[in-house]
Design a protein around this ligand. Structure first.
Ligand code: AMP
Length: 295
């Protein structure tokens, strides 16, 4: 069966990560990278993103292998975006050590004719002005799925609100939804977000799973019990990529959340993308099955 195209826009990064399980530098990362790898099996993945001339060959070959359209993947003069993070003992919290924008600084996505017509757009974590620019270029009224982070809520809230007005589905952490609405109660926080624009709000709750608000019902999905968490970087982006690809394949909202959660549980078992690059169908199947049964 032909896979439905999805357009992913997000960051491509070289990450330096310190967790209680060890340190790594210059790992292939960024929100677009995790989302692309997670989406590969269920959708035809189109990418809009930028790297510098220093982006390693190995990174280029991951993009060549996991995406189906790189027309809007740009290589610019200058350094690739770099991000460093240090995790606390519980791995739920982290401090950003540095953010070096590099070629991101002047990134202005111009979509190809083909990408303007893709039916699903995943605006992974990236500056809301870039997310808005992509929405404005889209034709044929695609389904718009958005992820964000506390940084944008704190520093560019007005831009983010413009994005939310044109969003169909928002993926957000519990602490971020509280920051955005000032409401600690999940249900009323979700309702406040729905009043801005998104019909569906999915609140990610870390080790407590995810809560889904679709305007009619509220339901939740648990987490797969991972034996050793090594690095939680990119878990949210992996969730998002898997979720969007599943929706694009025509699967239900709850199946899509379960699929994203299963992939995220694999992501946290290794540093960076190492574990999800090696995930096999069986790994994913065992975890989706578990999540279906435990509801
Ligand atoms: P997550 O753990 O889901 O928040 O995603 C982590 C990924 O987001 C890392 O690979 C980073 O390179 C990337 N990242 C961190 N900060 C930013 C930022 N300000 N804009 C875009 N991507 C970022």
């Amino acid at each position: 069966m032909k896979k439905t195209p999805i357009l992913i826009i997000g960051s491509i990064a070289l990450d330096t990560i310190e967790t209680p399980k060890g340190n790594r530098s210059n790992l292939l990362g960024g929100s677009a990278t995790y989302a692309m790898i997670a989406a590969k099996n269920k959708a035809s993945v189109h990418i809009s993103a930028v790297v510098g001339k220093d982006f390693p060959k190995q990174g280029h070959s991951v993009y060549e292998q996991y995406s189906d359209d790189l027309t809007d993947f740009i290589t610019e003069d200058g350094p690739t975006f770099r991000w460093g993070g240090r995790y606390h003992e519980n791995m739920d919290q982290r401090d950003t050590l540095f953010t070096e924008l590099g070629v991101f600084q002047n990134f202005n996505p111009r979509l190809s004719e083909l990408n303007r017509r893709v039916p699903y757009v995943f605006l992974a974590n990236i500056h809301p002005q870039l997310q808005l620019s992509v929405i404005q270029q889209m034709e044929n009224n695609p389904t718009v799925i958005v992820d964000t982070m506390n940084l944008w809520i704190e520093t560019t809230k007005n831009d983010l609100l413009q994005v939310l007005k044109r969003t169909d589905i928002l993926l957000i952490n519990d602490s971020e939804s509280e920051l955005l609405t000032g409401d600690t109660d999940l249900q009323s926080s979700a309702e406040k977000i729905q009043a801005i624009g998104p019909k569906i709000v999915i609140i990610k709750r870390g080790s407590k799973g995810a809560a889904i608000f679709d305007g009619k019902d509220t339901f939740s999905v648990g987490v797969y019990p991972v034996s050793e968490i090594v690095d939680t970087t990119g878990a949210g982006d992996t969730f998002g990529g898997g979720f969007v690809a599943s929706l694009a394949k025509g699967e239900s909202l709850s199946d899509a959340v379960i699929y994203g959660s299963a992939l995220a549980s694999i992501c946290v078992e290794g540093f960076g993308v190492e574990r999800i690059l090696k995930a096999c169908d069986k790994d994913v199947e065992i975890r989706t099955e578990y999540l279906h049964q435990t509801g």
